[in-house]
Design a protein around this ligand. Sequence first.
Ligand SMILES: [Zn+2]
Length: 224
Amino acid sequence: MFNNKETTVAEKIDSCRGDEKKQQICRDYEVRVISRMALLPGQTIEGCCGDLENEHTVFYYKHKKTKYEDTFSVGKDCAKAFLDILGQPLPPLVDPLQHMQIPGVSTGGGLGTSGASSQFPPIGSSGAAIPAINSELYVAINLWCILKKQVPKFALQRILTSIQVAPSTALPEKDVFDFLKVLASYKKTLKQMLSEAQKTHPNMKSYTFPTLTSIASKNWIDLP
Ligand SMILES: [Zn+2]
């Protein structure tokens, strides 16, 4: 029963270099893509195969035996290679410096949305409609992570995972409150964080989240 030779240490993934290594990671771990977000100019993040810039794709992973779980960030090529193995679609990129429109999400910038959805397959790209609560939470969480310069953890990681696992199933409103709690613990609204970041990055776009706002206001919360 216990095979000491096969020392499956509680394994944090520190590199995914090479196809064989990627195949092995996908055998040893449950791996799920959860996020794809921009890195702001000058910002880098430690990725699977070195420092990343411009953008990173975030995967959640859990070791099948030890249950060790964490996330790792990868660059474009590694992301594509993993997604091919896993049969999961590439999530839309959230990039507040590019005027990209994700289906189901309003932007506050008064940008035309026509044609944008054809550039962007909906999350999951199965053709099923993505509920607004899902796409707004996807964008809002990624935006928060970009502005906070961190990867999604805990509740945020769980919400993003739910979105990727069942894109067309509307998340419960409770997930909005979980997100708002994270915002509240940082004592700044997304709007405040965005306007601060706009001082450094004047071309950073503004966002509105009508669905999240209406859920929050129904419960006398004044956010995001
Ligand atoms: Zn890699």
